[in-house]
Design a protein around this ligand. Structure first.
Ligand SMILES: *[C@@H]1O[C@H](CO)[C@@H](O)[C@H](O)[C@H]1NC(C)=O
Length: 285
């Protein structure tokens, strides 16, 4: 038995060394047979409340390849199942997997309490932390590449993550958000993208400017005036800030409160393209 035991120990050590050399940021789930393999909802109990989330694995999931981890939060009155299915005004997982040609990411769609992200007492941040823990223990994730996006209340939750979890996340894409999920901390730099409609009647455009200015300052960017499209112009204007510690981008669009703004004459939204372009600029080592 002794030789077999030491052989097994040797195999275990080599496996963990392999997992480490694959990438310094590889999660504990690397090398494991995964159990979070479907899109059926998974449950976690956080602060005595049962919480649910869906997972989308890339095709041909490879448990030794560290994947990006991308959170996609629904809006007020929405549900994760709509984000998964691409119904209720959402593109599937905010349209990102369709652009992820190299299958680089694992996607997570969580369900809010009361269909929102009030984050009372930080409970939705605690839920986010718990999902990171559960997913990364089971799947092979590059822990230097966690991202978050969402529209409206889902954008507010992504903003709350930028405020409170800037060191744990690589970047956020905040689509027509506001401060409804709070902003604990709120001074750390993090790669920041937000877009907002100049005719937003639900969360005024001024909120988009305000959140942008906060992260322009946090990221130490050179101040500059971000042009805004005229109402009726049917365009969007992207401003990329210079001199920032991390990339910082703002898109002002001629449009209302919508997850899928479109330029005049276009039948597809620029939201997914811009969010994906923003996220994929960060290369894995
Ligand atoms: C799985 O991922 C590892 C690490 O990226 C890579 O070396 C290997 O070729 C991949 N295996 C397959 C079957 O693609």
């Amino acid at each position: 038995m002794a030789p077999l035991k030491s052989l097994l120990a040797l195999v275990a050590v080599s496996a963990s060394l392999l997992a480490q050399t694959a990438s310094a940021a590889a999660s504990a789930g690397c090398g494991k047979e995964p159990t979070l393999t479907g899109t059926s909802p998974y449950s976690l109990t956080v602060n005595n409340k049962q919480r649910q989330y869906y997972i989308k694995l890339p095709p041909a999931y490879n448990n030794t390849r560290p994947y990006k981890l991308i959170f996609t939060f629904h809006a007020l009155g929405g549900q994760a199942s709509q984000v998964v299915a691409g119904t209720g005004g959402y593109l599937p997982w905010y349209g990102l997997p369709a652009l992820d040609a190299d299958n680089t990411a694992v996607y997570v769609a969580p369900n809010g309490l009361n269909q929102g992200w009030g984050n009372a007492g930080g409970e939705d941040l605690a839920f986010t932390d718990a999902m990171i823990g559960a997913v990364e223990a089971d799947l092979c994730i590059d822990t230097a590449h966690r991202y978050s996006t969402g529209f409206s209340y889902g954008a507010s939750m992504s903003y709350a993550i930028a405020c409170a979890r800037a060191r744990a996340f690589r970047a956020v894409a905040v689509l027509s958000g506001g401060p409804m999920s709070g902003c604990t901390g709120g001074t750390d730099p993090i790669a920041w993208y937000n877009q907002h409609g100049v005719s937003d009647q639900v969360l005024p455009f001024a909120l988009g400017r305000q959140m942008r200015d906060q992260f322009v300052a946090n990221n130490g960017c050179t101040q500059k005036t971000a042009p805004e499209p005229a109402k009726g112009s049917g365009t969007h204007i992207k401003t990329v800030y210079d001199g920032c510690k991390y990339p910082t981008t703002f898109v002002a669009f001629d449009g209302p409160h919508t997850p899928q703004p479109m330029d005049k004459g276009s039948s597809t939204t620029f939201s997914a393209d811009e969010s994906w372009a923003f996220f994929q600029q960060f290369k894995q080592e």
